[in-house]
Unconditional design. Sequence first.
Length: 367
Amino acid sequence: MATTFVAIEPRPAPVKTEGLVPWMRRNLFGNLPSTLATLVMLGLAAWLIPQLLNWALFKAVAVANAEQCQAARGVGACWGVVTEKYRLIIFGRYPFEQQWRPEVATIALVALLVASCVRTFWKPWLLLLWVAVLALFFALMKGGVMGLVPVETDRWGGLPLTIMLATLSIVFAFPLSVAVALGRRSKMPAIKTICVIYVELIRGVPLISVLFMASFMFPLFMPPGTSVDVLLRVLVGITLFAAAYMAEIVRGGLQAIPKGQQEAADTLGLSYWQAQRKIILPQALALVVPGVMNNFISIFKDTSLVTIVSLYELTGAMGLALNSDADWRPFKIEAYLFIAAIYFAFCFSMSRYSLWIEKRLSLSKNR
């Protein structure tokens, strides 16, 4: 018996699940509430974005002319205030003719930070590079060597001061926080008590109080005729404050490690410090990368509080630049947006680097 061929009806084309349109259909217009929320947000954007563009770009004044800025006030931004005051905002009260020194010092320090984030440079000589760059930074900023004019630390300010305080606070606070976290888990009552008191005392007061104590109260307890530079006192205060919070983050990572890890290290005959260095701490620190980086970002932004002790970092230098000039004082919004862009650039870079580290750690675990 002959077999009769029966054609199969054509099947519908497969639905495209990748690309912009499927993503929008799935995430923005997947159901009625999502569709309504998307339409409301699009309406707000269509109303707000043209006004922002008009204010920030099309009707803005870019030249350093106070009269033109006053004429455009309320209509367009006055970016001329940045053009006029950027040197005072960036370098603070540092002598004008010597501002090439903090510029070179800051570029060298930022380059060192970038190099330290690249795995290729994770070599033993990186520590020597840190010592050399920091020595160069303070030699340029302080002066008094190589024929440079001495500049007192109370005249340092702006972005160089912000980056220096944040960098050194992070560098000193991280190992201190690890030591305190281990101390809080110690079986020796004296060490554990000291670490607990330190963490709870520092966490119980705001950073402003710590800076005030370091700047104004600490000198009262010094012997007569003895003084410690205010910049050093502030640096120590920020470091101790940051280390207390970071110690709790590290302790959380240590507590997440199963007891079996320590027991296995004891079985292998490893000492306490060998077990911590080779087994416990690497795993604990890998778990707390987001929290630690969040603390780093917080330290960078908290440096703005040193203005209370008359150290004019980036935010303080901006206030100093505008408050002393009545012509440009009304345009603080533009100046704040300028320094906000600087803060965002550094904080966003740290955030993206944290994500990169997390991805690398995830890949290493899956091998």
